[in-house]
Design a protein around this ligand. Structure first.
Ligand SMILES: NC(=O)CC[C@H](N)C(=O)O
Length: 378
C-alpha cells in the first residue's frame, strides 16, 4: 500500500479524530455507525442498506483477504465512507483479485485509518449514532463541522428508490434444481444472496423495483412475496407498506427481512423508532419466542419495530406475535402473523459471511408456499 496523507473525521457533536487517508481521497458525509463483524467486510461494503452511512469497523485489522468479484452483495460499494484501525498491508487469499485499498480507490470511496476506532465506537455507543464527515482535503475541523451539520439526518430519509433496481429481473434455480415456486421479491436494497438462497430451494425469483405496487406484484401471480432489506427510515416507506397490505389482503405467503420486517410492522399498524446505536455485526443473539432456541445472527439495522413482546396482539390482519427478541437489548427481531401466512425477521438469515444459524427461515417460507392451495389460474 502506498504512503497516505492525513485525513480527519468530524462528528456532528464536534468530536474530531485525526488519521491517515485510506481508499479514495476527498470528502464524504454520512451517518457514522459501527460494525462489530470480524469477517465479511466485502459483504458489508456492498450491502445497499449501508447507503449514506460511514461505517466504522471495530475489528482492528481489515483487508487481509482483499477483494474478489464473487462475494459482493450488489454491483457496487454503498457505504458513504469507511473507517478502520489498521488496513492490512498484505493481501493473503487465493480468491483475492485486488487489495481493499485499491477497491475503495477504484470505487471512489473515501476512508480513514485511525488509532482511535475504539474511542470512536464508545462515543457512538454512549451518545448514539450521528452525522459525520471524513475529509482528506479540509484541514479546518470547524469548517467541516459546519458542513456536517447541514447534512440530512437518517431519521426521515427515504432511500430505497436510490438503491433499488430500475428494471425487474429474474434469478433462476441452479442447474438440476427444479423451479417449484415463483417468488416476487420487492427490492428495497436487496442483497444478492437473498434471491440466491431462495433459488437454491427451488424458487424462481422475479426481483421488482421498490416502486412495485400490489397490482405489479399480483400481476406475476406469485406463490409467495418477499420484501427485502434496505436503507433509510421505515417511517418514510409508505409505498412499500401499501403494496404489502395488498399482498396481505390477497392472502399470499409473505416473508420480509430487515427493512421488510419494519414494513410488515407498519402494515400491521405498529410503530417504528430509531435505536440509539443500532445492531451491526455478525454475533447478535436472538431468541425464538416459541422454541426458546437462540440463534447467533448477522444484523444491520438502526431502526426497530415497536410491539408487545410477551403476548399476541390484534392487527388489521388478525392476531400477530413477536417471533424473535434480541437478547442484548430486548428489541423486536421478528414478527409472525397467526391468522395469515406471513412472517418477517429483523436479522439476516441470508448472511453470506455467516453465521447461518437462521438459514432455516428460507425453508419456513418455502413450507408456507407448499401449504397453500395451488392458485386456480396456473
Ligand atoms: N438492513 C436493513 O434493511 C436496514 C433497515 C433500516 N434501514 C434500518 O436501518 O433499520
Amino acid at each position: 500500500m502506498s504512503e497516505s496523507g492525513p485525513a480527519i473525521l468530524v462528528l456532528e457533536d464536534g468530536r474530531v479524530f485525526h488519521g491517515r487517508s485510506f481508499g479514495a481521497t476527498g470528502e464524504t458525509f454520512g451517518e457514522a455507525v459501527f460494525n462489530t463483524g470480524m469477517t465479511g467486510y466485502q459483504e458489508t461494503l456492498t450491502d445497499p442498506s449501508y447507503h449514506r452511512q460511514i461505517v466504522v469497523m471495530t475489528a482492528p485489522h481489515i483487508g487481509n483477504t482483499g477483494v474478489n468479484d464473487d462475494d459482493p452483495e450488489s454491483g457496487r460499494v454503498w457505504v458513504a465512507g469507511y473507517v478502520v484501525r489498521e488496513p492490512a498491508r498484505i493481501t493473503s487469499n487465493w480468491r483475492a483479485e485486488r487489495t481493499l485499498d485499491e477497491e475503495l480507490r477504484r470505487q471512489g470511496v473515501v476512508g480513514v485509518s485511525l488509532t482511535g476506532t475504539r474511542a470512536l465506537t464508545r462515543h457512538l455507543r454512549d451518545r448514539g449514532v450521528m452525522r459525520a464527515a471524513i475529509s482528506t482535503t479540509e484541514t479546518d475541523p470547524l469548517a467541516l463541522l459546519e458542513r456536517v451539520r447541514q447534512q440530512p439526518a437518517m431519521a426521515g430519509a427515504d432511500l430505497a428508490a436510490e438503491v433499488s433496481t430500475r428494471e425487474p429481473y429474474e434469478v433462476m434455480p441452479p442447474e438440476g434444481v427444479p423451479a417449484r415456486f415463483h417468488v416476487a421479491a420487492v427490492d428495497l436494497g436487496i442483497k444478492a444472496m437473498t434471491p440466491q438462497r431462495l433459488a437454491e430451494r427451488g424458487c424462481r425469483v422475479t426481483v421488482l423495483p421498490a416502486s412495485a405496487t400490489t397490482e405489479d406484484i399480483l400481476a406475476l401471480d406469485p406463490d409467495g412475496v418477499f420484501f427485502s432489506n434496505g436503507p433509510g427510515d421505515p417511517a418514510t416507506a409508505d409505498g412499500p407498506v401499501a403494496a404489502m397490505r395488498g399482498v396481505l389482503d390477497a392472502g399470499r405467503p409473505l416473508f420480509g427481512i430487515c427493512f421488510g420486517n419494519q414494513i410488515l410492522g407498519r402494515a400491521l399498524d405498529l410503530g417504528t423508532y430509531k435505536l440509539p446505536f443500532g445492531h451491526r455485526g455478525v454475533n447478535q443473539p436472538v431468541i425464538d419466542t416459541r422454541s426458546g432456541r437462540v440463534a447467533i445472527t448477522s444484523q444491520n439495522h438502526g431502526f426497530a419495530v415497536d410491539a408487545p413482546l410477551d403476548t399476541p396482539f390484534d392487527t388489521p390482519y388478525g392476531r400477530a406475535e413477536v417471533s424473535h427478541i434480541g437478547l442484548n437489548d430486548r428489541v423486536v427481531e421478528g414478527l409472525r402473523l397467526l391468522d395469515r401466512p406471513a412472517f418477517s425477521v429483523q436479522f439476516h438469515p441470508e448472511a453470506a459471511a455467516g453465521p447461518h444459524d437462521a438459514a432455516e427461515l428460507f425453508d419456513a417460507f418455502v413450507d408456507l408456499m407448499s401449504a397453500q392451495p395451488a392458485p386456480a389460474a396456473k
